[in-house]
Design a binder for this molecule. Structure first.
Ligand code: G3I
Length: 347
């Protein structure tokens, strides 16, 4: 054998250096990071921005392999007048996702917010009675889930149904239909799309033990009754002025042990303005820890941020003096948090 061929054979036969096996090459973007780690990384999508801003569209479709409509699939968006459906935004989200190999989270079927006025007024004024309300909810779930049958990986069937004190949240659903509305909602959704993963989604589940216990027991009961519930969504609206929820991975594991899939569904990390390099570094650490926690739980399949750019974020409109909660700034320049995510690996 010629010396060159012998040398090549030796190189090919040699084992890879240890770090080449445990540390795959640095990903070029979040999509590749997700792929290397066997999950999907997603973002909430602002449909006006998707339509009107080419740079927003480009970054969304390059970086993310999962999407959630920030508002597009909520009840007030899809049925603003009774019986008049406006699917344009939801359809556009799903069509864009199909073109860019993005899975879709449907958000959300049963919530106490962003209900159409015809519904809340009808209930208040008694023109919609309890039996009618149940039919309306069943029809809403059936119509929306059926429309996107086979195109939605996971639905947030019920959203924020437990209050911070651990009681079931007061809402028109609990008041007029009783607690059984939760099981009904999952059953109706399952009938309309038997393959979609059906989730309970909530905030503060990362750390609030009253909320965690009630939710845990509720899901255990539902599963014991054979209700088709498949996943738990941790919204993850964090702020650097509060401690990072250090027990989050254990909480995820507890729910996973009930046989559930886990997802981080709405992560953002806000700060009191103005932005400083120190605050950005802390924010980066929170994002890094959140992804590390998700990757440490094998049932955690999706890691979704609630908007990817500070140009379009719900935070400044809701928390006075706070903002800068996203991975990219208003000009779509990556912040330290983005770079921190790229360095995370499944341990
Ligand atoms: O659509 C109207 C528009 O017609 C009107 O001109 C404009 C004037 O304010 O308001 C528009 O509605 C706004 C809507 O977003 C759509 O942009 C509402 O005012 C605004 O309150 C609403 O906020 C959304 C919020 O949910 C409502 O509860 C945020 O964008 C959205 O990010 C936020 O998302 C929620 C999740 O669904 C559930 N978890 C918490 C998360 C953050 O609050």
């Amino acid at each position: 054998m010629k010396p060159l061929i012998i040398a090549m054979a030796l190189v090919l036969a040699a084992p890879l250096p240890a770090n080449a096996q445990t540390h795959p090459r640095t990903p070029r973007d979040l999509r590749q990071l997700a792929q290397q780690n066997g999950i999907r990384i997603g973002s909430a999508v602002d449909l006006t921005a998707l339509r009107e801003e080419a740079d927003y569209r480009k970054v969304l479709n390059r970086e993310f392999s999962h999407v959630t409509g920030e508002n597009a699939m909520k009840w007030e968006s899809v049925e603003p007048e009774r019986g008049t459906y406006t699917w344009e935004d939801a359809d556009a989200l799903v069509a864009n996702a199909r073109r860019h190999d993005q899975k879709v989270r449907g958000h959300t079927l049963v919530w106490h917010n962003q209900l159409p006025a015809w519904l809340t007024t009808g209930v208040e004024q008694g023109t919609i009675d309890d039996a009618q309300l149940r039919d309306i909810l069943r029809d809403h779930i059936t119509t929306e889930v059926r429309r996107y049958r086979g195109k939605i990986r996971a639905w947030d069937v019920v959203n924020e149904i437990v209050d911070d004190d651990g009681a079931m949240r007061q809402s028109i659903w609990l008041t007029h239909l009783g607690p059984g509305y939760v099981a009904d909602a999952f059953r109706w959704a399952h009938r309309a799309d038997p393959h979609a993963k059906l989730y309970l989604n909530d905030y503060n589940l990362e750390w609030n033990s009253a909320k965690i216990e009630t939710t845990y027991n509720l899901i255990k009961d539902l599963k014991a009754q054979g209700v088709p519930i498949h996943g738990i969504g941790f919204q993850g609206h964090l702020g650097i002025q509060y401690d990072y929820p250090a027990d989050w991975a254990n909480v995820m594991r507890r729910f996973a042990d009930l046989g559930l899939e886990v997802a981080v569904t709405e992560l953002d990390v806000r700060m009191v303005l103005p932005v400083t390099p120190e605050k950005l570094a802390t924010q980066a650490d929170y994002y890094r820890r959140a992804l590390t926690d998700c990757l440490s739980v094998s049932a955690c399949r999706e890691f979704t941020v609630w908007g990817f750019t500070d140009r379009h974020s719900w935070v400044p409109g809701w928390f006075d003096g706070e903002g800068a909660a996203c991975l990219l700034d208003e000009n779509l320049a990556p912040k330290p948090a983005y770079q921190a995510l790229l360095a995370v690996r499944r341990s």
